[in-house]
Design a protein around this ligand. Structure first.
Ligand SMILES: Cc1cc2nc3c(=O)[nH]c(=O)nc-3n(C[C@H](O)[C@H](O)[C@H](O)COP(=O)(O)O)c2cc1C
Length: 217
């Protein structure tokens, strides 16, 4: 499919058919993922593909309480959600049915070799993930190209120790994300809901309009 169409319709797919995804197809997707760039070409990323039903159930059992806690915080107003009820119902459905998603891809990172360039800036550290998530986006675009749905999830990072134990991941390898993979139950969206270009792109000074940006609402 056209790359730009894939980019514009790559949604978070939270409803899957039960049908399996072949091993050959998953290997093909990960082969596309590995071409992503990383700082100094360090290539700290690796992947564990989880198909085993018992392990997928165990991952659900780790994910569900984390999601439930987030939901409770939204409900109590501890964290501001701003999400509509339909979105929350979708995310809730995804959590409840996680074990049924045929393939889970746990994205790992050799964190000891990754530099947090911005660690001393007194704000949220941003740079280390930049050597990991381009590969994740490649993976998800490759999946979209095959008509497969994905969700990039990071909540499970809170259960990293348990995930390491479950999947035999060494201590010096972090879990950066988990991508679910399967055949979507619903059609892909025609267009994603994203902020207009004029809100996020500027020229020469932050806040100064980028010529042409208003053409892309
Ligand atoms: C860094 C990151 C972390 C995310 N973590 C989760 C997650 O843990 N659980 C989940 O259901 N969705 C997760 N998502 C999916 C987002 O909620 C989703 O991409 C966003 O709401 C936009 O949805 P759309 O692409 O369908 O428009 C994550 C997405 C990103 C980019």
């Amino acid at each position: 499919m056209d790359l730009l169409e894939a980019m514009q319709t790559l949604n978070a797919c939270r409803h899957y058919r039960k049908e399996d995804v072949s091993e050959a197809l998953v290997a093909k997707l990960l082969n596309h993922a590995r071409w992503a760039a990383s700082g100094s070409n360090n290539q700290p990323v690796s992947f564990v593909v989880v198909r085993d039903a018992t392990k997928r159930r165990a991952i659900h059992d780790l994910y569900q309480p984390i999601w439930d806690t987030v939901m409770q915080k939204y409900a109590s107003g501890d964290i501001k959600s701003g999400f509509d009820a339909r979105f929350l119902a979708n995310v809730d459905h995804f959590a409840k049915h996680l074990a049924e998603v045929p393939v889970m891809i746990v994205v790992c990172a050799r964190w000891k070799e990754m530099t947090a360039l911005d660690a001393g800036l007194g704000r949220t550290v941003l740079t280390p993930g930049s050597s990991i998530y381009p590969a994740v986006q490649n993976l998800m675009l490759a999946a979209r190209n095959e008509g497969l749905g994905t969700v990039l999830t990071t909540l499970l990072v809170l259960a990293e120790k348990e995930m390491q134990k479950l999947l035999g991941i060494p201590e010096d390898i972090a879990t950066a994300a988990m991508v679910t993979l399967g055949w979507p139950e619903k059609p892909f969206p025609k267009k994603l809901k994203r902020r207009p270009l004029a809100d996020i792109a500027f020229q020469d000074s932050y806040g100064q309009p980028l010529p042409g940006a208003t053409d892309y609402a």
